[in-house]
Ligand binder design. Structure first.
Ligand SMILES: [Zn+2]
Length: 150
């Protein structure tokens, strides 16, 4: 199997992002890889799981403090991938980490703030996809979950 070296981390190269991390060791390894890729090495980030009651409609969630550069990232468990776009845990991990770079200022609670929040979130969403596409040499079409359209 082909190996990829990211800083001091050596990882087997797969052709697709990780759909569901098999255990916390795999999740933490991926977290370290993406922290490094995103220039977040100085952050202390722990990763775990949340269930549907904790954050309804959120496959991933991140709470963070910019001053102390600490964050807690969680992924939904059990995982639900029932949308018309593929939702892979590695992509959601990247998405949540991007929130540490983009969108940490809370917009005002008015129409402009809501619009700004939606546009900014779309940017985070698309950038996470772009980074996953770059790593695995995929196209935007790969994310379509055509089976969900039937
Ligand atoms: Zn988000």
């Amino acid at each position: 199997m082909e190996l990829a070296q990211i800083g001091s981390i050596v990882m087997p190269m797969s052709k697709e992002p990780v759909h569901i991390y098999k255990d916390s060791a795999e999740l933490l390894k991926s977290l370290e890889e993406w922290k490094h890729r995103l220039y977040l090495d100085s952050w202390i980030i722990c990763a775990g799981k949340h269930d549907k009651e904790d954050y309804p409609d959120e496959n991933g969630h991140i709470e963070f403090d910019v001053s102390s550069q600490t964050a807690k990232l969680t992924l939904l468990d059990p995982w639900v991938d029932d949308r018309i776009e593929k939702h892979y845990q590695e992509e959601v991990l990247v998405h949540e980490l991007l929130h540490l770079k983009i969108g940490f200022l809370k917009p005002p609670e008015n129409m402009e703030g809501t619009f700004f929040d939606v546009m900014q979130h779309r940017l985070v969403y698309q950038m996470a996809h772009s980074l996953i596409m770059a790593k695995y040499n995929l196209t935007p079409e790969w994310f379509r979950n055509d089976e969900r359209c039937r």
